[in-house]
Design a protein around this ligand. Structure first.
Ligand SMILES: Cc1cc2nc3c(=O)[nH]c(=O)nc-3n(C[C@H](O)[C@H](O)[C@H](O)COP(=O)(O)OP(=O)(O)OC[C@H]3O[C@@H](n4cnc5c(N)ncnc54)[C@H](O)[C@@H]3O)c2cc1C
Length: 411
């Protein structure tokens, strides 16, 4: 059976799920499928951890269009609406055949932004490679002086006579930049314009001389973050995404996709709360009625968020995500912190002392629980967006907004 073209895809939801399931059963490597059928998650993770096998599978998956089902046919996707694509996602998750978190920037941010703003050449060069998992992407937005107020960024790009750009500056908090092939780069190209109007957006080849990511160790002990130094980096004009000085509009596409994508996958089912309930049953913490009550309410919240995410996808249809994504991102951030704390309360002894090299999952989850309340825009910023764009309240005051960037008073 082939899923090579949208017309081959059944219209009814149940039939679509069956068709995707059947395709996965036909195409997944036999030992992978056997491990899924046996519920042996550890065995699947071992297969997924093998770089060669992972790459081979993502190539097969990408060629079918199932890795990026909303992208147009001919550009790496199947042209499905967001709600139909969520049925595909559900099947991929079920077979643990989906692309990993590391590909979030490439699939969720870079692809849709290139689709909306890219030239035909940029689409042809990047989208099929992204769909097949051949490129890892990072996001070079935040700077030491520009996070929530991203438009205050000061990395500078100056156009040269041959139309290429010379870029100098520093970015920070760039996840996986040390491994990435390409970066989504925002740089200031007109300091005489107000801050939102003098920015240009580039697709940066991370192997260009002068690009230097330096890993930053986090409190989890991992070092997937980087500060990225850009020194006399020459970027061809063909790498510019969208018009000169209109990079803010391009970035809005990326940021909307990011918020929409940071509330979890549009799949109802096993989540972090299920894992915690299982853990509570094992440790005996489930017998504590107060803890049990909090676990059940977190479980209900997680399911409600999953269902709201699906509703958001259905409402979006084939359209771009809206500010409504900020509501789900905020809810996800709050829930993530709640689950992080609950996890340590289920096993308080293990959470403060453990054997070297065997850190409990609860500790990892606790140390990472703030991720969603900061990444992709903090919870305070999501509240601002919700109040302004969803509830129609007055804008957050910003006296610098209309001043030329170079005349602003804040550093
Ligand atoms: C896990 C993770 C991954 C990340 N990955 C990337 C990445 O790949 N690429 C990238 O470019 N960046 C990345 N970031 C950076 C992230 O986008 C920024 O940290 C975030 O936008 C906040 O910026 P800041 O850290 O400069 O905080 P600041 O903007 O300095 O904010 C400090 C505090 O002030 C509050 N605040 C600021 N302005 C307002 C306001 N107007 N109203 C109310 N409160 C306000 C904030 O909510 C926050 O509590 C990542 C961050 C995390 C945690």
């Amino acid at each position: 059976m082939t899923l090579a073209h949208p017309v081959d895809l059944p219209a009814a939801e149940a039939d679509l799920a069956d068709a995707v399931g059947a395709w996965l059963r036909e195409n997944l490597p036999p030992d992978w499928l056997a491990a899924v059928d046996a519920g042996d998650h550890a065995a699947v993770e071992r297969i997924r951890a093998d770089p060669g096998r992972r790459a081979a599978w993502f190539d097969v998956l990408g060629a079918s269009g199932l890795a990026t089902p909303t992208w147009p046919w001919g550009q790496g996707g199947l042209g499905l609406t967001a709600d139909r694509a969520s049925i595909v996602t559900e099947q991929l998750v079920r077979y643990r055949a989906e692309r990993p978190n590391q590909d979030f920037v490439g699939l969720t941010l870079a692809g849709p932004t290139i689709l909306e703003w890219g030239t035909d050449e940029q689409k042809a060069a990047r989208l099929p490679a992204l769909a097949r998992g051949r490129e890892l992407w990072c996001q070079l937005f935040s700077e030491p002086g520009a996070g929530s107020d991203l438009a205050a960024l000061s990395t500078r790009a100056v156009q040269r006579e041959d139309s290429s750009w010379l870029v100098n500056g520093q970015k920070v908090w760039n996840s996986y930049a040390h491994l990435a092939d390409f970066g989504l780069l925002m740089a200031r190209t007109d300091p005489a314009a107000p801050k939102h109007r003098g920015i240009t957006y580039f697709l940066l080849d991370m192997r260009t001389p002068g690009v230097e990511p330096r890993p930053l160790k986090q409190m989890t002990g991992n070092a997937e973050f980087n500060e990225t130094f850009l020194t006399d980096v020459v970027v061809p004009d063909s790498a510019r995404l969208g018009p000169v000085n209109q990079g803010w509009a391009v970035a809005i596409t990326t940021l909307m996709q990011e918020r929409n994508g940071l509330s979890g996958r549009p799949v109802v089912g096993q989540g972090e709360s299920d894992r915690l309930v299982g853990r509570a049953l094992t440790t005996g913490a489930w017998r504590d009625p107060l803890l049990r009550d909090r676990l059940v309410s977190a479980f209900v919240e997680e399911r409600a968020l999953q269902m709201t995410t699906i509703r958001g996808f259905v409402a979006a249809g084939s359209g771009a995500p809206t500010a409504e994504g900020s509501i789900r991102k905020l809810a996800h951030a709050t829930l993530s912190e709640k689950l992080g704390v609950l996890g340590t309360e289920l096993e308080p002894d293990g959470a403060v002392a453990w054997d070297a090299g065997e850190r409990p999952v609860a500790v990892d989850a606790f140390l990472a629980m703030k991720t969603y309340s900061i990444a992709g825009g903090t919870s305070e910023i999501q509240r601002n967006i919700i109040s302004e764009r969803v509830l129609g309240m007055p804008k957050d005051p910003d006296p610098e907004r209309h001043k030329p960037f170079q005349e602003r008073s804040r550093g």
